[in-house]
Each structure stands twice: as structure tokens, then as C-alpha cells.
Design a protein around this ligand. Structure first.
Ligand SMILES: [Zn+2]
Length: 336
């Protein structure tokens, strides 16, 4: 089957690129959400230490093990940053300048590591989605058109994901810098109590014992100053980061696959005359992977309204944490 039309206007419209928010709007939105979340969290969570565990109950759909593993890798990077930061802040041998430069490096490492992982994963998932749709086309005896080098819809998701990771890192960096800076300013006031003689481990406070287990490489002085400090505000920032990072991983995982799936189908319908593709909307109930209460009313309405022409398929983020169409339904392909 040879392409008969070079490009349809509907194809561009269906990519949704013209509807994507500008990055400034996006940043404002992210900032607003972070502030709301930070305010809520401080009341609800009572500023407990972050767990760095994937929240499998986050959405309405139980994530696949693959998705959980991916999100856990992101949270592991955050955990590394948390440990590095604590180690730096409570290292009495470092000057404030040294601490800031260590913190900046650790945050940059976190941003680079997570961006590398997310970029790879989103690209792979997008291509998997693309290949999955082409597989259905081939099965229906339609020759899929050649995939273009440029994939604007993939770039759109990558921009959102990579910028969001940078924002998460920089919010943490701001909080950690402020902590070091304020400690430094206050250090000029402090009356320094003479150091106690080295304690036996049995003399450690419960906090010191616990931290010693978590951080066997910390010195006694570091354990002591860690346990003397009220660290809840730093933990709070990491709690919010954990929440946002986990959600970012979940959204990118689903959206990239769906985007590739849709783009492959859209390209085929744009280039091949007499080809139509309809897509059902599948809730977690349809897919048999609901977490708690099943799909919300909005999602059930979307399912009832389907199947949709592929160039008019509704966006997957109707509401916060919607995880419908994981995996997407088989397309209904009509040809000739
Ligand atoms: Zn949903």
C-alpha cells in the first residue's frame, strides 16, 4: 500500500501540540500545585521522614511490575540524594561553602540521573506504543507507513518530564541551601558546649542508634548533631519531592506509550485512503486492574462514549491520576 496523501490537517490537530500549555504556564501550574501539596502535607503527614517507596495505590489502576520497578528506580535516586544531603549538612569538617558546593553537585547528579532514566524509558515506551499499533495494522493487512525521524509528540512529553525533574531537584536544592546558610548564620551566635568524651554505643540516644543503623559511616559527632536538629522541614521537602517524582514516573510511563500508539494510527489514517481506526476507552474495570473503588464517573462516561475515531480520542488526563487505557484497547480497523 503506497501513501496517497502527504499530510492531512487533521493529523496536526490530532497531535494536540497546539493545545499544549506554554512552559511558563506549565511552571506556574507546577509551582501552584507544589505549594498546595506542601501546605496539605505538613498537616496530614505530620512531617514524617520519606519512605522512598512506590505508592501502588496512587492511581485507580494497579501498576504493572515493570512500571513499579521504573518508578522505584526514580525514588532510589531521590533516596541517594537524601542520604548525600544529610551526610553533607551534618559533616562538621566542611565549611558552609563546601557544603553548598557538595549539595549543588548532589542535586545536579540527581537531575542528570533521573533525566537520563526518564528520557530512555519515555522513548522506549513511545516506540513500544508505536510498534503495538503498527502490529494491529499489519494484522489487518494494512502496510504501516514509514515512521518519520521527527516525533513532535514524543518531544512534547520529554520536555514536560525533563523540566519537571529539574524543578523537583531545584526546589530541594533551595531548601537545603537555605538550611546550610541559616545554620551558618546562627553558628556565630551559638554558645558551643564542650564536647563530651566519646560515648560507648550503648550510651547513644534512640535517635542516634536508629541513625547509626541507617548510616553506619556517620561519625558520632554527625549522629549527635543530626539528632539534635529538628529536621522536619527538610523531610517535608523530600516528602513532596517523592510524591511528585512518583506521579511524574506514572504519568510519563502511560502517556508515552499512548502517544506512540495514537501517532502511529493517526499517521496511517492520514496517509492511507479509506482507512478508519476506532479506539475504545478502557477503564480499570475493563482491564481488570482497579486498585480501590474502581473508575470514577468521568472515566465511566468516557468508556460509554467510545469507541472514538482515532483523531478524536480524548486525552488521558481528564482528572488527576487517571490511569484508564493501561493498556489501551485493540483498535477497530476498517479498510477499503
Ligand atoms: Zn480514568
Amino acid at each position: 500500500m503506497q501513501p496517497t496523501v502527504l499530510m492531512k490537517k487533521e493529523l496536526l490537530d490530532a497531535t494536540g501540540l497546539n493545545e499544549f500549555p506554554t512552559s511558563q504556564e506549565f511552571l506556574n501550574q507546577v509551582t501552584k500545585e507544589l505549594i498546595i501539596k506542601a501546605n496539605n502535607k505538613s498537616i496530614i503527614l505530620n512531617q514524617s521522614a520519606p519512605t522512598f517507596d512506590v505508592d501502588e495505590q496512587k492511581g485507580e489502576t494497579k501498576p504493572t511490575q515493570e512500571q513499579v520497578d521504573y518508578r522505584q528506580k526514580l525514588l532510589d535516586s531521590l533516596h541517594d540524594l537524601y542520604d548525600d544531603a544529610k551526610k553533607t549538612i551534618y559533616n562538621n569538617a566542611l565549611t558552609a561553602d563546601d557544603k553548598i558546593s557538595e549539595i549543588d553537585n548532589s542535586v545536579q547528579t540527581f537531575i542528570n540521573d533521573t533525566q537520563g532514566l526518564v528520557k530512555n524509558t519515555v522513548q522506549t515506551r513511545y516506540q513500544d506504543g508505536y510498534d503495538s499499533m503498527n502490529g494491529y495494522l499489519t494484522k489487518a493487512k494494512v502496510n504501516p507507513p514509514i515512521q518519520a525521524n521527527e516525533q513532535p509528540r514524543l518531544q512534547s512529553i520529554l520536555r514536560q518530564q525533563l523540566q519537571n525533574l529539574e524543578d523537583i531537584g531545584l526546589i530541594i536544592r533551595g531548601r537545603l541551601r537555605q538550611k546550610v546558610d541559616m545554620n551558618d548564620i546562627q553558628s556565630y551566635y551559638h554558645f558551643k558546649a564542650p564536647k563530651k568524651l566519646k560515648q560507648a554505643q550503648s550510651d547513644y540516644t534512640p535517635c542516634m542508634k536508629q541513625q547509626h543503623q541507617l548510616h553506619p559511616d556517620w561519625t558520632e559527632a554527625e549522629l549527635e548533631s543530626y539528632c539534635e536538629e529538628d529536621d522536619s522541614s527538610t523531610d517535608n521537602v523530600f516528602n513532596n519531592a517523592q510524591d511528585n517524582l512518583d506521579q511524574l514516573g506514572m504519568f510519563g510511563w502511560l502517556e508515552s506509550f499512548m502517544a506512540g500508539y495514537l501517532v502511529a494510527g493517526l499517521l496511517a489514517t492520514a496517509l492511507i485512503s479509506n482507512l478508519t481506526i476506532l479506539l475504545p476507552w478502557l477503564t480499570c474495570q475493563d482491564n481488570g486492574n482497579c486498585t480501590r473503588n474502581g473508575p470514577c464517573e468521568d472515566c465511566e462516561d468516557m468508556a460509554a462514549g467510545g469507541p472514538y475515531p482515532i483523531d478524536n480520542f480524548p486525552p488521558s488526563t481528564l482528572h488527576d491520576l487517571c490511569q484508564c487505557n493501561d493498556p489501551p484497547g485493540a483498535p477497530i480497523i476498517t479498510f477499503g
